[in-house]
Every structure is written in structure tokens, then in C-alpha cells.
Design a protein around this ligand. Structure first.
Ligand code: FRU
Length: 520
């Protein structure tokens, strides 16, 4: 197939951008004015009002951390996409920034879709994102026309940007219309752009383009095709190197796959985000070397994006997607939040882990150290009778755990509902069990099976972050993570530990009250 080339960005304004941004701000404000905060996050990034999905344009620039995100400012469902924006000096206290992008060009008539930010050799930042149009002007019935776009911030505050237009058109005969989510990086002295494609044969692919000037892009190769023929699209691809303790460079390919069927504990969500580790030489083929793993085993995790911090760390945020489950927060004027910032790294054994970024301990306001605990058969211990935003650190003695489950029940309210974070000794896994969720809230259970060496090591480390409407569970330093929405009932919210069906020993337990990140 011939791939169209664009030498100069194509810019076709159809609406006044400033006017569209002002309208969008008013849309968010109108929803925020009616917001109910019963489940609104204290320490997770969300919009004031409206719907959000993927994190976009992640970067550290001009002395601040910047998080942009897919935003529908006019409702609590997905709709015509904008880019919302928050920033922070320390990754702990965040402030709202003006909405960055609204659809205003022909090529992005129906949405400013996901994309990334990258700093050029000149020290200036660029945004690459997908311009989205429905072929029939209204919906996906006749497919879509998606192209990659370039925009440049007006100054270092990143509070406004100038759109440069389309830099990569879609070779529509080679593509079954899905063609989106550019991520740009430099390797081997060349600028590379990867994005996700549904090929004409309906296979999920990642395409690679190259550039010398960050403006003129040329097709290089299909970097990766997902081996599962059910997978027809790879959204939000990511591609970055990591170095382990042995100094060897590995390349991580991340993607949010559409179409994979559920198999046992795998692929339980409608769409599923995970990664492969392999090797890559700039210009060459990506060679996978390890088995696929999910980024997160919870009900609500999708479309993560990573970026490289100035100190070399690879940091990542995901979207806690409600997928097809009931999302009661939609009645409250908002829908969706991002995860905490996670670091992506190889541990000493060369195993990829995603613990909370070190900065996340800055959320702690006060600590209650409960030391070691022994619980008898079915014994229940109340850790907090009325907990606000909280982190629980717990080390469980696996050898001494005769209970079927060590069940940490958070969001326990007077109606008898709660969410359970469990070590399940029978299946050798950490689970998030929503069986006791209130009526109208989503139920179900998710399982992160532990690896044999984790089970054999004798202890299990948990860090459980409990916000007003969601929970993140980090297992064994981020070897597994589970992210879930939770919609507690009315009244005080207790946290209890229960030794279900047998005694258990906790080696160490501490609770930390967490602060608000300043976006409420
Ligand atoms: C992933 C995704 C992206 C797209 C964006 C649109 O959740 O579908 O592929 O760019 O969301 O909002």
C-alpha cells in the first residue's frame, strides 16, 4: 500500500478555538456546580465536572508536572473529546489549568483524541495527538477517519497552545479506520512515533514512523502485530527502554488491546492493558522475549501512558475505566479518575514492577502504627471506625496464615456493604472482591495470582490506597496492582481485618491518613 506523505502540516480551521474552549469551561463548571462528593476523589486526579478517560501529554516541563486527560465537558458519558489539564510542583498538590484543546479543525471535528508530549532538542515541547472524525458525521456505523496532529504550547506554562495541523494522514485502504494515539520519543538520533492501528485484515498493530525534524514523518514499519487474531486494535501504545540491575537495556511495549477474550484470570475487562518485554534496535524489529503481563488486574484500569522524568524514572498513570459496568458516579456530575502516579522499573531480579512513585508517600498526614497482630478463627479487628482517605500498609505472615482468606474490608458502612481486599490462601492470590457492594454498585471479584517465588518467600506486602470512591492495591512492591471503583453506602466508613475461616498473623500493620491533592 502506498502511504501518503505530508511535508507541511495541514491546517483547516472550522471553528474558533478560543470560543470552543470558553464553552467547554462553562460546561465543566455547570456540572461541577451540581456535583455530589460522596465518591469524588480526595487524592486522585479527576475533572471538576464531566467525563474523563485516558491520561495524555504527561511531562515535567517548566518546573511542573503536567497531566492532561481526555475530557467530555458537557456530560458524564464519553462524548466529543477535549484535553483537560492539571499541574503540580511536587506531584502531591495539584492545581487546575485551563482546558488545553477543543475540537476546532476539520481533521479533529469530532474529537481531540489521545496523545503525548515530548521535548525537542531545542528545549521546546510538542504535543502529538489524534484528530478524529466520524465518516458519517455522527457515529461509528461507517467507521472513522483518524490522523495524527501536531500542536505547540504558546509558552512554558503550557496553559495554551497553537495547533499546527495534521502531520500524519491515514492510508485508508490499508487500515480499518482505527488509527490513533501517537507516542513520540528519540532513539539512535532519530525521532520515532508509534500509534495503534486496526489493519485492513482487522489485526491489532502498532505502526512506527520516523522524523528528523519532528514535523515531517515517514512510515518506517509495522513495529508489532498482536499474535492473538481476536485482538483487532491496540489503543494507546507505549514503547520505552528500561535498564535493570545488570545494566542490560530492555524495551517495553505497552498497549490497550481491544478484542481479547477472557481466559481464566486474564482479559477480564472489556478491553485490557498490558505489556511485553523484548529487545529493539532503532530501525529494527521489536523482538518479544517474555510473556504478556497485565499492568493491573483490577476491574478498572486502562489506557496507561508513561513518560520519562528528568531524573530518568519512567512514570505512568492509567485511567480507571468503568468499562461497561454501572458507574453510579455519573449521577453525581462527574465520571472517572486517573490512578496514582506509578513508577515502572525492573527490580533486582529483573522483574517489571509498578509501585507508587516515591512522591506518593507525601500524601501521608499522620500514621497509626499498629505493630504485629494475631487474629483467631473468624476474628474481626476494626482498624478504623470512620476512615477518611487512607493508605494501609500490611505485611502478612503467609506461613502462619491458616485462614482461607485474610480479608481487609474497606468502605464498610451501616448497610452491611464493604469492599474486600483479600489474600486468598487456597488460590494463592490477592483478590478484590466486590460481592458485598451496595445495591446498584458493580459487583464481581478480580484475582491477581501470585508467582511461586512470592508464595514461597513467607510474607506478603500490601499497600492499599482507599479514596472516597476507589481503591488501589499494590502487592509485593508493585509486582501486581489492582484498581477498582467502589461506591460505599451512607454514613461512617469502617476498615476491618477479618480472619475468614482460620487464624492469621500480621507481622506489621500501619494506617496513614492521606491528604487531599487540592482538586476538590
Ligand atoms: C482509549 C481511547 C483512545 C482514544 C481515546 C478517545 O480509551 O479510545 O484510543 O484516543 O480513548 O477518547
Amino acid at each position: 500500500h502506498s502511504i501518503p506523505n505530508i511535508d507541511t502540516p495541514v491546517l483547516d480551521p472550522i471553528r474558533d478555538h478560543a470560543q470552543e474552549l470558553a464553552k467547554a469551561e462553562a460546561g465543566v463548571a455547570a456540572l461541577a456546580a451540581t456535583r455530589d462528593d460522596r465518591w469524588y476523589p480526595a487524592f486522585h486526579i479527576a475533572s471538576d465536572g464531566g467525563w474523563i478517560n485516558d491520561p495524555n501529554g504527561l511531562c515535567f516541563f517548566g518546573g511542573r508536572w503536567h497531566v492532561f486527560y481526555q475530557l467530555h465537558p458537557y456530560g458524564t458519558q464519553w462524548g466529543p473529546m477535549h484535553w483537560g489539564h492539571v499541574s503540580s510542583e511536587d506531584m502531591v498538590t495539584w492545581r487546575r489549568e485551563p482546558i488545553m484543546f477543543a475540537p476546532s479543525l476539520e481533521q479533529e471535528k469530532d474529537g481531540v483524541f489521545s496523545g503525548s508530549a515530548v521535548v525537542g532538542d531545542d528545549g521546546r515541547l510538542r504535543f502529538y495527538y489524534t484528530g478524529h472524525r466520524w465518516n458519517n458525521g455522527v457515529d461509528d456505523a461507517d467507521g472513522q477517519w483518524q490522523v495524527q496532529m501536531l500542536a505547540e504550547p504558546d509558552d512554558d506554562t503550557l496553559t495554551s497552545a497553537t495547533k499546527r495541523g495534521m502531520v500524519v494522514d491515514c492510508p485508508r485502504q490499508a487500515v480499518d479506520s482505527h488509527f490513533r494515539d501517537p507516542k513520540v520519543f528519540k532513539a539512535g538520533g532519530v525521532w520515532w512515533m508509534v500509534f495503534g492501528v486496526c489493519s485492513a485484515a482487522r489485526r491489532g498493530q502498532m505502526w512506527l514512523y520516523r522524523s528528523d525534524d519532528m514535523v515531517t514523518w515517514r512510515f518506517e514499519r509495522v513495529l508489532f502485530e498482536h499474535p492473538d487474531p481476536d485482538v483487532w486494535m491496540l489503543e494507546c501504545p507505549d514503547f520505552f527502554p528500561l535498564r535493570g540491575a545488570d545494566g542490560r537495556e530492555r524495551w517495553v511495549i505497552g498497549f490497550s488491546a481491544m478484542g481479547a477474550r477472557p481466559r481464566g484470570f486474564a482479559n477480564r475487562n472489556k478491553d485490557n492493558a498490558g505489556y511485553l518485554i523484548g529487545s529493539w534496535e532503532p530501525g529494527g524489529e521489536f523482538v518479544p522475549e517474555e510473556a504478556y503481563r497485565p499492568w493491573d488486574a483490577g476491574h478498572n484500569f486502562y489506557a496507561p501512558q508513561s513518560f520519562t522524568a528528568p531524573d530518568g524514572r519512567q512514570l505512568m498513570l492509567g485511567w480507571m475505566s468503568p468499562f461497561d459496568e454501572p458507574a453510579p458516579m455519573q449521577a453525581d456530575g462527574w465520571c472517572g479518575n486517573l490512578t496514582l502516579v506509578r513508577e515502572v522499573k525492573l527490580d533486582d531480579a529483573g522483574f517489571l514492577v509498578t509501585p507508587p512513585a516515591a512522591e506518593m508517600t507525601g500524601l501521608r498526614l499522620g500514621t497509626t502504627d499498629m505493630g504485629a497482630l494475631s487474629l483467631g478463627y473468624d476474628e474481626e479487628r476494626t482498624l478504623a471506625a470512620d476512615a477518611g482517605p487512607m493508605e494501609i500498609e500490611m505485611t502478612l505472615d503467609l506461613a502462619a496464615c491458616a485462614a482461607d482468606r485474610a480479608s481487609l474490608r474497606v468502605h464498610g458502612t451501616d448497610d452491611g456493604s464493604f469492599l474486600a481486599v483479600c489474600y486468598d490462601a487456597q488460590i494463592g492470590a490477592v483478590t478484590v472482591d466486590r460481592a458485598a457492594a451496595p445495591a446498584g454498585a458493580p459487583h464481581g471479584c478480580r484475582v491477581a495470582p501470585l508467582d511461586p517465588d512470592e508464595l514461597a518467600c513467607g510474607t506478603l506486602d500490601l499497600r492499599v490506597f482507599v479514596d472516597r470512591g476507589c481503591v488501589e492495591v499494590y502487592v509485593d512492591g508493585g509486582r501486581h496492582v489492582l484498581s477498582d471503583y467502589s461506591y460505599p453506602g451512607a454514613g461512617p466508613r469502617a476498615i476491618r481485618l477479618v480472619a475468614e475461616g482460620g487464624p492469621l498473623e500480621v507481622r506489621a500493620l500501619a494506617t496513614h491518613r492521606l491528604r487531599s491533592i487540592g482538586l476538590e
